[in-house]
Ligand binder design. Structure first.
Ligand SMILES: Nc1ncnc2c1ncn2[C@@H]1O[C@H](COP(=O)(O)OP(=O)(O)OP(=O)(O)O)[C@@H](O)[C@H]1O
Ligand SMILES: [Mg+2]
Length: 585
């Protein structure tokens, strides 16, 4: 049942954020779409002709507007959604000010056609720059169509500063997707220049709506979290760390069903990902947050895109804590596959042919397969035939791994490949190993054949005295001689150390670098510095065994996606993407 449209009292009206409601074509579409949703639409269709500023129409099957109220809907501060200021505290609708329609009407040519369930026919009103030019009867099923043409035609200055039409349409699509996520039970259809862009029927769950938007495969990879606290409820679909973007465009925040921007929510999300992501990367996520209406201020900005929470800190910890749960157990959704994976993961015919080739004699390539590090170093770059050669040996269930430019390791995984950064990956491994050693299980030392004497600086020596017990935990076997000289008898096991003195100095220097923060204990900084300086570097040649150990150990760590500084350790390349780029469909 449609509620009557009432004029707000001047007092109420003046309290409502005034200013520019329609700052760009996207805002006009957003307001009209929000009205359709407020009217209880179960299906919404958006049509765009050429560009949003030239013409768009939103048609809904909601409650409709009666003929006697059509023109009232175009008056400022006339709304069916709010009758007193107190209602703002109980707000259940997206609109509340009665300002959007008149604002759009003032800067466009608009036509509203509407019919309520109780009327036999629809009626329409046409407005040109705010002035009614035509009214009458029309044929239409119950619901409302709002057509907006020639936006900003009478404000040439504003017209000049419009974004590119393509960019505006892309932004509009993101907005529609966001509301589609907010209302899985509502069908959404978009038609641009007579071409259907999408047609999403109503679905029972958020995840199914996500699958309509992003495809089944991607939706399946999203992590899910839900939470409840102090009257708030939270639902999250979180992208994997490798889905993170360099902008916040992959983030959708729906607060009490409203599509908003929120630096605070974005930060809470980022906090949850911690060092799974490097700096400057933003996780992709959809967040459904519901808070008691009286704890939320939606009347902050004329575009209604910002909200203010009465309990900022509570919201932050609630969101960060809930989002962190599925992330702590995160593990790559794939494993490095051994050569003969054909049965489960059918390869195209061409790949099978490569496999069927007779085995190449090792000596022909001059590349012994089980080469120690030094031997594989000598043959870089890898001869072109090497891939074929290794493929031919694939009867042995071992992953094929390649080192690229002595910096990256290429490893096949189901459905594609991962490219591992050898330094970042080794850092992650050594960091976790160091933390484990520092927190209990003392590391073993590998004794040096010839103990090394190192002259430290005074500052390094003082630091050494302070962290000496921790270094011993890590596996260092050290004894101070006369200050500032120290004797190294052994280094932590499992490392390829060429210059133990240099490593010790680097590790000590690394502890002192940067500004320590409260969470950042001495042990934490030692572990980071140890990992950073003891890890393989770009330029180090690795043997097959070393590569295999590196990849295996990386994916056995608790957070394989990033090094301790948050830089990514690997990127994934899907076979689908390769097929697409080579024009194979
Ligand atoms: N698609 C629609 N279906 C039914 N009623 C509508 C529709 N669009 C607008 N209306 C009616 O017109 C009124 C004015 O709309 P308008 O968008 O200007 O204000 P509002 O939604 O109440 O508040 P706000 O300015 O915050 O959006 C609404 O309160 C509603 O009663
Ligand atoms: Mg509105």
């Amino acid at each position: 049942m449609a509620r009557p449209i009432l004029r707000l009292s001047p007092e109420t009206a003046s309290r409502i954020a005034a200013g520019e409601v329609i700052e760009r074509p996207l805002s006009a579409l957003k307001e009209v779409l929000e009205n359709a949703l407020d009217a209880g639409a179960r299906a919404v269709e958006v049509r765009v002709e050429k560009s949003l500023d030239q013409a768009f129409t939103v048609a809904d099957d909601g409650s409709g507007i009666g003929p006697e109220e059509l023109e009232l809907a175009l008056e400022r501060h006339a709304t069916s959604k709010l009758s007193a200021l107190d209602d703002l505290d109980r707000l259940a609708t997206l609109g509340f000010r009665g300002e959007a329609m008149p604002s759009i009407a003032a800067v466009s040519r608009m036509r509203i056609t509407s019919r309520t369930a109780g009327h036999e026919a629809a009626s329409f009103v046409a407005v040109d720059g705010g002035t009614v030019t035509e009214r009458g009867a029309a044929a239409r099923a119950p619901g409302t169509s709002v057509e907006v043409r020639d936006l900003f035609y009478n404000t040439p200055a504003r017209r000049k500063f419009l974004h590119s039409p393509g960019g505006e349409l892309r932004a509009a699509i993101r907005m529609i997707e966001s509301y589609a996520l907010a209302r899985p039970g509502t069908a959404f259809r978009l038609v641009v220049d007579q071409r259907e862009r999408f047609d999403w029927g109503a679905v029972p769950t958020r995840r199914e709506r996500a699958a309509q938007i992003w495809g089944q495969r991607h939706a399946e990879q999203l992590l899910e979290a839900t939470g409840e606290r102090s009257g708030m409820t939270l639902g999250l679909l979180l992208g994997l760390p490798e889905h993170a973007r360099s902008t916040r465009e992959g983030q959708v925040f729906l607060v009490n069903g409203r599509w908003v921007q929120s630096p605070a929510l974005s930060q809470a999300l980022r906090h949850a990902y911690g060092n799974l992501l490097p700096g400057g990367r933003f996780p992709s996520a959809v967040m459904w947050l519901d808070v008691p209406a009286e704890r939320l201020d939606v009347n902050v900005h004329p575009t209604k895109r910002e909200v203010r929470f009465a309990d900022d800190d509570l919201v932050f910890s609630f969101v960060a804590g809930t989002a962190a749960q599925p992330l702590t157990s995160i593990y790559p959704p794939f494993t490095v596959v051994p050569g003969r994976q054909g049965a489960e993961d059918p390869l195209p015919a061409w790949a099978e042919q490569v496999r069927e080739r007779p085995m190449v004699d090792e000596s022909q390539l001059g590349l012994p397969l089980s080469a120690p590090a030094a031997a594989s170093t000598a043959t870089e770059p890898v001869p072109a035939g090497a891939g074929v050669h290794v493929s031919a040996r694939m009867a042995a269930p071992e992953p094929e791994l390649w080192q690229l430019h002595r910096t990256y390791i290429l490893a096949p995984v189901r459905g594609g490949m991962v490219i591992v950064d050898q330094h970042a990956a080794h850092e992650r491994i050594l960091y976790e190993e160091a933390r484990a050693r520092l927190e209990g299980q003392q590391g073993t030392a590998q004794g040096l054949l010839f103990p090394a004497l190192v002259d430290l600086s005074r500052a390094q020596f003082d630091l050494l005295l302070e962290v000496g017990p921790h270094l011993r935990q890590l596996g260092w076997d050290l004894s101070p001689l006369s200050a500032p000289t120290v004797v190294i008898q052994g280094v932590p096991s499992g490392l390829r150390v060429e210059d133990p003195g240099r490593l010790l100095q680097d590790v000590l220097d690394g502890i002192g670098e940067g500004v320590p923060t409260a969470q950042d204990s001495l042990v934490e900084r030692l572990a980071c510095s140890h990992a950073c300086h003891a890890a393989w570097r770009a330029g180090d040649a690795l043997s097959r065994e070393e590569m295999r150990a590196l990849v295996d150990r990386l994916f056995a760590t608790s957070r394989p996606h990033g090094d301790p500084h948050g830089r990514p350790t690997f990127v994934r390349l899907d076979l689908e993407e390769l097929h697409r780029r080579f024009g194979r469909t």
